[in-house]
Design a binder for this molecule. Structure first.
Ligand SMILES: Nc1nc2c(c(=O)[nH]1)N=C([C@H](O)[C@@H](O)CO)CN2
Length: 126
């Protein structure tokens, strides 16, 4: 299965468990791997037949503007649901980093995978 990549997308949002975090915007850095078959788009040179990474990035910032979660876990889970609802994504890996959140770490965060890959590609998904 082919994969569309989005690397180090910076999005601003209200996120955090502490009181001081509830009244400021902070930046999250997102990496996404989106499984799709690009062959029909490549054969026809037609954007409508693939995942439009620009539209996906725009949707992610809209999502970040519309929510104020405490945990990066909630942000990641709900964003994955949102993208899989709005775009024909059968499988995705989403990494969410919160730069500067912990002293002496460049960033902290998490990685989730959601959805199913076709059987032939499952063993190389890690
Ligand atoms: N597993 C998590 N641990 C922590 C989170 C989180 O979202 N998931 N958040 C915080 C605070 O908001 C922190 O980022 C502020 O520096 C602490 N731990």
């Amino acid at each position: 299965m082919d994969r569309i990549l989005i690397e180090a997308l910076s999005v601003d949002t209200v996120i955090g468990v502490y009181d001081w975090e509830r009244s400021i915007q902070q930046s999250l850095s997102l990496d996404l791997v989106l499984a799709t078959d690009i062959r029909s788009a490549a054969a026809t040179d037609d954007l409508r037949l693939t995942l439009d990474y620009a539209a996906i990035c725009q949707r992610i910032q809209q999502f970040a503007d519309a929510h104020q979660f405490a945990l990066v876990e909630t942000f990641a889970e709900r964003l994955a649901e949102c993208l899989r609802t709005d775009f024909p994504i059968t499988w995705l890996r989403l990494t969410v980093r919160k730069p500067g959140a912990v002293a002496n770490a460049v960033s902290v965060g998490l990685e989730i995978t959601r959805g199913n890959l076709p059987e032939a590609t499952q063993e190389i998904s890690a």
